[in-house]
Design a protein around this ligand. Sequence first.
Ligand code: FAD
Length: 861
Amino acid sequence: MKSHAKAVVIGGGVVGCSVLYHLAKAGWTDIMLIERSELTSGSSWHAAGGFHTLNGDPNVAKLQAYTVQLYREIEELSGQSCSLHLTGGVMMADTPERMDFLRLAHAKGRYLGMDTELITPSEAKAMFPLMDETNFVGAMWDPVEGHLDPSGTTHAYAKAARKLGAEIVLRNRVVELTQEVDGTWNVVTEQGTVKAEHVVNCGGLWAREIGRMVGVELPLLAMEHMYLLTEPMPEVEEFNKSTGREMIGVMDFKGEIYTRQERNGILLGTYEKACKPWSPVNTPWDFGHELLQPDIDRIAPSLEIGFKHFPGIEKAGIKQIINGPFTFALDGNPLVGPVQGLTNFWCACAVMAGFSQGGGVGLALSNWMVHGDPGFDVWGMDVARFGEWATLRYTNAKVRENYSRRFSIRFPNEELPAARPAQTSPLYDTMLANNAVMGDSWGLETPLWFAPKGTEPKDIVSFHRSNDFGPIGEEVRATREKVGVTEIANFAKYEVSGLGSEDFLNRLMTNRMPKTGRIVLTPMLNEFGRLIGDFTIAKAGEERFMIWSSSAAQKYHMRWFEKHLPKDGPGASQVRIHRFDQTLVGLSIAGPKSRDLLQKLVDVDVSTKAFRFMDFREMAVGGAPCMVNRITYTGDLGYEIWMAPAYQRLVYKAIKDAGEEFGLVDFGMRALLSMRLEKNFPTWFRELRPIYGPFEGAMDRFVKLEKNDFIGRDAAAREQAEGPKLRRVSFIIDAADADVMGDEPIWAKVGGKDYGTVEKPHGYGAPRFDTDGKEVRGSMAAEGASAVRGIIDGDWRVVGWVTSGGYAHYIKKSMAQGYVPAALAADESAGLFEIEILGSRRSARINVEPPFDPSGEKMRA
Ligand SMILES: Cc1cc2nc3c(=O)[nH]c(=O)nc-3n(C[C@H](O)[C@H](O)[C@H](O)COP(=O)(O)OP(=O)(O)OC[C@H]3O[C@@H](n4cnc5c(N)ncnc54)[C@H](O)[C@@H]3O)c2cc1C
């Protein structure tokens, strides 16, 4: 074993081998993988080997599509077969709600280059005759699904990596990780120490233990998972013989089961409700190529439904039940990327579908390590997306919830209950007493809306408008016409201070830093000129700045700030970044009477002239020391008031008491988001994400290319010079009783005009191939159709996608924001648009000026 390497990958499961392969392919050959036992000695060896491209997050779905496409490549390079069976598969819906869910998934596929198709239960039965189709109302066909040999695939990655120069060391456990002052890692193993520039945790079942070696508790948990294998079945053999095809894969939401052909029989796996964690605190190091004791009682309820839905399977004898552990993060997506607070310590863990996701994870991580950027929008699997609140016990509760809901529909207005309440602000009990329906905002309980007195504060979950519609409308109208108050403790808040702060922020941000007492809005870009942040910054004093942004991005942004802290030059070490998290909380008051209300609470002049729009001031509010921003996300006259938690109740009470005479109401996050829609304001992670440039995102006025050499400036200048490819636009839609939820396709009647590509940017096209390497076009039912089938419909074409939207209660219109080709956005003659809501195309029109207060005079008043 060599004693130095550029990178050491810990763990020889499918993920570690994929990371090794991708690093080698990217040109890093001085790399090694260290495996405790043999390759596949964690979860990988006993996986069911299924793969598919579908994922709730379109960006993760794209990485899954890449993974599937990759298998041919590693087979060729390694000479090792993955035993790929690209059978295609169906998802079966047994209720109209589940069918709505499939319609949404299918609609997203239109611009993701995915070739799904909605089919009837009878069409599904034709491909999987063991089913009783009368149990279902419909299905979705996905051609890019199948199964493979998990061990062969892991070895194919490993052999391909070796061919490119990587080294693999087996039967050698990593026992300790320490770091030198210069950043060099000492990877202490049973066979000696390797000095490495980078360390990658691909420890699978032991990823937590490896995290603990560097003081990090990774939010993941192993769950027991069972699948059964039947004896050979004559019906399967008969189907294979008569059609010349293998049976397809089937996912059954109701039964929480997946099933597919395995040799001449059937494999059937469950995601049962009565799920069970495995080794919840520590994973034993001596766990090897072992299986766990099957527990048929636990999966009996799923099997009962499964046998009813697929009576053909019930008749077959069960040959074997496999029970093995594999790991999940809280939301079921992987934990990938550099860990905030550490240097060159990388993660690729909690990959619960290693054979669907392993390739994409390896590609993204290797890009990140080699080029400093994952190259794709990987937020959905970024290790930075969870905060400190994701402790071992919190993770345990959330992973169990996620596992047991794997095949459940998540409605757009559905808040999940496990591990809540975790963090609460001082106003939590008051908000409950006010009949608030609370939501989880990055681990913090936050009021979403207020149910009328005497009614139960509870969402009726639905894809359609629901019981919150009326009350939110009331909250919005009262705020727009009088004044409202809302809690904003869930924003991210930072302070950057010390000599060099202004230069530091100028280097990071696209906008000029404000003068003392003033506020600016500013995006932040990566080196590729893509949007990685959107901030409100106030200059609180000389070299002292207060910063607000999206709560969910706190670790993501801290990681970026820390990476770019000036290391040399005057004042370099003096810049300090403080993340407040819940040590600073806030309240926002908004509406035409908000100034009169604030004036009653303070002893300074807050008139228009004395406290202008975009001013920042420290003042006592209701007797409590506060910082006040004259700005609000409602886009109205309004203020954000920030205070230490100890003062929040005092300030709230003062606002409520003084507000009575003005008709003050409480409003929640949903009303806030409704109000921002009618101002065309974007949101971070929906409209603004790293796949878009600042000009595409319509953030032009916040980008000052001439101010200095900020990160991403050259790329942004190029984007501006060449003209953005896409453009964020806002729509008003003739919706019926449902509004957009995000990710819906946008159609336009373009006739013969060509406005350019419509595929959502991500880095590569979606694969379409079959087991012979031929392009697959459509389903068996529509073989031979065009690869862009579903995108073109006469003169109509899918031209973009919705990022977010909802009902704008004040203007009483359904609204959406999304991206379309910039040429189309600029073409005033392009009048007709349609946005697909729950499978129905509703007419829509671009709305250039914000429908509420287009000139901004109310906001500036
Ligand atoms: C019953 C079952 C069915 C499944 N079915 C599917 C399926 O159909 N499709 C699918 O995509 N996925 C499936 N999975 C999940 C799949 O197995 C995992 O996603 C995948 O194996 C994760 O791979 P990994 O490389 O992250 O982890 P692991 O396979 O756990 O690999 C981690 C490796 O790291 C090594 N290691 C750990 N600590 C150290 C150390 N300190 N030093 C050196 N080496 C170390 C371990 O020995 C191990 O080999 C299934 C899992 C189970 C249990």
